[in-house]
Design a protein around this ligand. Sequence first.
Ligand SMILES: Cc1ncc(COP(=O)(O)O)c(C=O)c1O
Length: 390
Amino acid sequence: MSISKSISHSMKSSSWIRAMFEEGEKMKKKHGPENILDFTLGNPITEPPKEFIEELTRLVSSDIKGMHRYMSNSGYEFVREEIADYCTKKSRLPFTKDHIIMTVGAAGGLNVVFKALLDPGNEVIVPNPYFVEFMFYIGNHGGVMKLVETKDDFHLDIASIEKAINKKTRAILINSPNNPTGVVYTEEELKELAWVLRKKRDKGQRIFLIADEAYRKLIYNGTVLPDVFNIYEDTIVVTCHSKDLGLAGERIGYIAASPSITNIKPLMDAMIFANRILGFINAPAIMQRVVGKFQNSSVDMMEYERRRDAIYAILVESGFEVIKPLGAFYIFPKSPIPDDIQFVRELQKHHILGVPGIGFGRAGHFRLAYCVEMDVIERSRKYFMELGGR
Ligand SMILES: Cc1ncc(COP(=O)(O)O)c(C=O)c1O
């Protein structure tokens, strides 16, 4: 059967994460799942809060008429109002329901934003290393991903970003807390970025800041996530409850566009239309109803922070060069040998599954997703000690 050349190419160039996951599945069959220490997938392990399940149970058995029907492509009004209130409280900007679109997770939301913004050949700047799906989400809508290296500590290299901007630049896509590095961008660096973008706007080029905040509440040591809406006017935040409420399989998220965007109506209309024609139609109905009430809740972050502390301590003790993540549930150590693919194969010999850094655009590193049982982290200690950077 013949498939399109472009999808065939994308499939070939895609996802070390999936490849490693699938290899891991084979190893699990061969050696027994309990003998494989799998750090490949960012699949949240924490269960949604108890109150969330109670509310969901109540709703499912309620007799609200039309609860399972289509609604507006942007989502239920009352839910968008609840989310707008939350955004207003956080940012002190006047959000209304008209700044919010309910989406099929963050992935759906990003596709909607790009569909609405990009003409063929438009460029989107993405700091490297990056979440590999970004390449496809941008490419899906005719855009071109332009990677810009981050600094050694994975923070933004503003001068390089400025250099990468040209007439075709339509947006910059940032992801903080970051997958794969766990880095959280500081207010200062985001302000510097805003300064660069504003200079372009003053010369007549409008560049959108798209902030993927899928991990916004997964943040440690009292770190505060800077409020991007108060840093740059043309900002669109895309987020979800896949991680903070443990709902990855339920596919629920939203887009929040800044009230400071001038002439916002055509943009919102375009995104609502995109939500429809990309085939999402609307975000899952029952999930919308529940998440609106849980904007201030999250899974127990201490569970992730404990895991972050444990894996970081093991890696440091074993002699790996590694930056302590401040958010999300990934860690991105340096590979002790330059060839990260080779190193990941070495890990596999010890029944540890990770993903080579090249899969995220940065060779010489590897990613571990530490959203795993504590026992998996503890059992990995002796292997990391054997393999370590010392
Ligand atoms: C950086 C980033 N953005 C977006 C997503 C997709 O989130 P969702 O499952 O809500 O679509 C993920 C999922 O792992 C991610 O890591």
